[in-house]
Write a protein that binds this ligand. Structure first.
Ligand code: GLA
Length: 385
């Protein structure tokens, strides 16, 4: 009950009744590294989240404190000035405050205590939850609304400032998610719809490899984006109307083959095919075909491993273990890559046995203790009652 702890810590230390806000983490069923290519994604917001207890103050400053992971208190003046801080999370708040100041947003004094239960660096988008939740919190103690679309853009800009040239999937999932549903987003025009993902007799389980990534300081993510942009530039020479990989075809890749690096071409091919996997996933979910859903998951994983080269040996081991378990219909790594969780579709019958076998075999092979979480899809950012 982390939200209760946060709320009572706030009331004891800040002498007022706060507004409590929840920003969820997200999973992704399929559509990885497609968002910054104006492609398709199918994420969902989850029950795990970051909670913010906030209230206005008369100090003309923004005091932010967490007493959970990396306990620290950071005070920002409304001018953006602040004392030195050591927590990595401080960078996100700093970036957001600077962006809002640059946009001439009327910031007000505010006290904020936050904390949550999204494992950090696990492909569940703790940073998008942190950024979107904090911006939303600011709007709750100020006189000026910011639309959810704009919150997403500000949160994305904060990530870019810190060093991750991400797309918009995480922010949109965190802000627009809906309980019980996956969220289909077309990153070209940002149109979206919802699709239920419950399959009778099957359960969704997340397995955390406990290999942590920090995408913001690891340039591999950004290198993938550059590869995609290189291909777009080359295709544009023949087809100037092209603005992203979304409209590049496999035939275009053949045409430019001799003018691009083979690694870039391989990565672009992955993205084009990944968009097709999202379309396929929508179809098989609609049909309720669990085995076909599992196949799309596995295909997606091995494409990330062999073509896009963003998995790790441990994540590959987890997926392979699942492939050899009768009760696991399919699984794949989620998120930016290089660590984090897998999402697994398992038969509900013998679920405990299969999870246990998976964790045991993983421990045998890697000497790492994995964790698992049952997937529960919750609403996007909201005031939490
Ligand atoms: C990270 C980024 C997203 C997206 C995924 C990969 O989570 O923040 O924008 O690119 O990786 O699908």
């Amino acid at each position: 009950m982390i939200h209760k702890e946060i709320k009572s810590y706030f009331t004891e230390n800040y002498n007022s009744q706060p507004i409590l806000i929840k920003a969820p983490g997200r999973i992704n069923l399929i559509g990885e590294h497609t968002d910054y290519n104006e492609g398709l994604v199918l994420p969902a917001s989850i029950e795990k989240g970051i909670y913010f207890a906030v209230s206005g103050n008369d100090n003309n400053n923004i005091q932010i404190e967490t007493f959970l992971t990396q306990p620290e208190k950071i005070v920002f003046q409304l001018s953006g000035e602040h004392e030195k801080f050591t927590s990595f999370w401080g960078n996100y708040f700093k970036a957001i405050i600077e962006i809002l100041i640059a946009k001439k947003y009327p910031l007000k004094g505010m006290d904020c205590v936050f904390g949550g239960d999204i494992p950090i660096g696990s492909g569940l988008s703790s940073s998008a939850a942190l950024c979107c939740g904090f911006i939303y919190a600011i709007t709750k103690v100020s006189d000026k609304e910011i639309s959810r679309e704009d919150i997403a853009l500000i949160a994305q800009e904060a990530e870019h400032k810190i060093g991750l040239n991400c797309g918009l999937m995480d922010q949109y999932a965190v802000l627009f998610g809906k309980k019980g549903n996956a969220f289909f987003l077309d990153c070209k025009d940002l149109s979206h719809s919802y699709i239920p993902i419950n399959l009778d007799g099957y359960s969704w389980v997340l397995v955390n490899s406990n290999i942590k990534h920090n995408l913001a300081v690891d340039s591999e993510y950004n290198k993938r984006r550059v590869s995609c942009e290189n291909i777009v530039k080359e295709v544009q020479k023949n087809r100037p109307e092209i603005t992203s990989l979304r409209d590049v075809t496999l035939q275009d890749l053949v045409t430019v083959k001799n003018d691009v690096s083979s690694i870039d071409a391989q990565r672009a091919k992955y993205v084009i095919e990944e968009n097709n996997r999202v379309r396929k996933m929508m179809n098989v979910l609609t049909e309720g075909n669990a085995y076909a859903v599992g196949d799309v998951l596995k295909e997606g994983h091995w494409a990330m491993s062999k073509q896009y080269e963003i998995t790790t040996a441990e994540l590959d081991a987890l997926v392979k273990i699942g492939e050899n378990l009768e009760g696991v219909v399919g699984s794949r790594m989620m998120g930016g890559g290089f660590g984090g969780c897998t999402i697994n579709l398992m038969k509900t019958e013998n679920l405990d046995f299969n999870i246990k076998s998976m964790l045991e075999q993983y421990k045998d092979q890697t000497d790492i203790d994995a964790e698992y979480y049952h997937l529960a899809i919750d609403d996007g950012v909201k005031v939490f009652e």
